[in-house]
Design a protein around this ligand. Structure first.
Ligand code: PRT
Ligand code: MG
Length: 215
């Protein structure tokens, strides 16, 4: 049988998963930040890493092209999670998904008045659920990045974006007004693979859970 594959994205997910990989004995055998290879062997002969875009991790794992993956709750919420187990909250790449508006915009009044709010975001599913649970009518405008620009240019009244230090919002004259959800990265597993390759996968999932708990 082929090696197990773990899909993850370069950048902060890979950086913060690195120590966990080392703890489960699966440190990459070449430096992923420097290598141009997209499939990397690890110190474990039964596991290789597959480097994909953050938003593509659930897709690779749900289709079984990788048995395992590491993805943020934000990304999983947009994907929907069908075909995936999410057995371990790794507690890494933490941030908060927030509603933010231009400084001076009276968000509470806008919500109270019940007028339609124009909301720009990359996280349309999460935003839709959030505002619908509050009974706020919104027009969602889908963007792929640089959401901070939308209120400044009059494209939207509000944005839904990830906030960590808050510096990006502040630098663009925006203020967070409401939390949509706390975000951290999860270990995800293909549901079918957990049955067909349980003997190999279960101990690995448990090792990640222990590594995350002791970090
Ligand atoms: O960059 P790329 O287009 O390839 O994909 P990506 O942006 O989804 O990947 P990456 O590596 O930037 O983020 C991967 C995951 O990290 C996300 O899916 C989140 O689960 C998690 N994460 C944690 C974050 C942040 N913190 C974060 N602060 N992802 C993005 N940000 C961005 C945020 O969107 C905003 O632009 O950082 C900016 C805000 O940071 P502060 O510190 O100024 O508040
Ligand atoms: Mg990014």
């Amino acid at each position: 049988m082929r090696r197990l594959r773990l899909a993850l994205s370069k950048g902060r997910i890979l950086a913060e998963t690195g120590p966990l990989l080392a703890r489960v004995g699966a440190a990459p055998r070449e430096d992923p930040a420097r290598s141009r290879r997209l499939i990397l062997p690890t110190a474990r002969r039964d596991l290789e890493l597959v480097l994909v875009r953050a938003a593509d991790v659930p897709t690779y794992v749900a289709h079984g092209a990788a048995e395992l993956g590491v993805a943020g709750r934000d990304v999983l919420a947009e994907h929907g999670g069908a075909g995936l187990y999410q057995p371990v909250d790794l507690g890494i790449a933490r941030c908060r998904m927030m509603v933010a508006v231009r400084r001076g915009f009276d968000y509470a009044a806008a919500v109270r008045q019940g007028a339609r709010l124009r909301v720009a975001t990359k996280y349309v599913q999460s935003a839709r659920e959030h505002f619908s649970a509050k009974g706020v009518h919104v027009d969602l405008i889908r963007l792929y990045g640089s959401m901070e620009l939308a209120p400044l240019l009059g494209l939207a009244d509000a944005i839904v974006d990830l906030v960590s230090t808050g510096r990006t919002l502040a630098a663009n004259d925006l203020v967070p007004v409401e939390e949509v959800m706390p975000v951290s990265a999860r270990l995800v597993v293909n549901q079918a693979a957990l049955k067909t390759r349980r003997a190999a996968l279960q101990p690995l999932v448990e090792a990640f859970a222990r590594a995350a708990a002791t970090s």
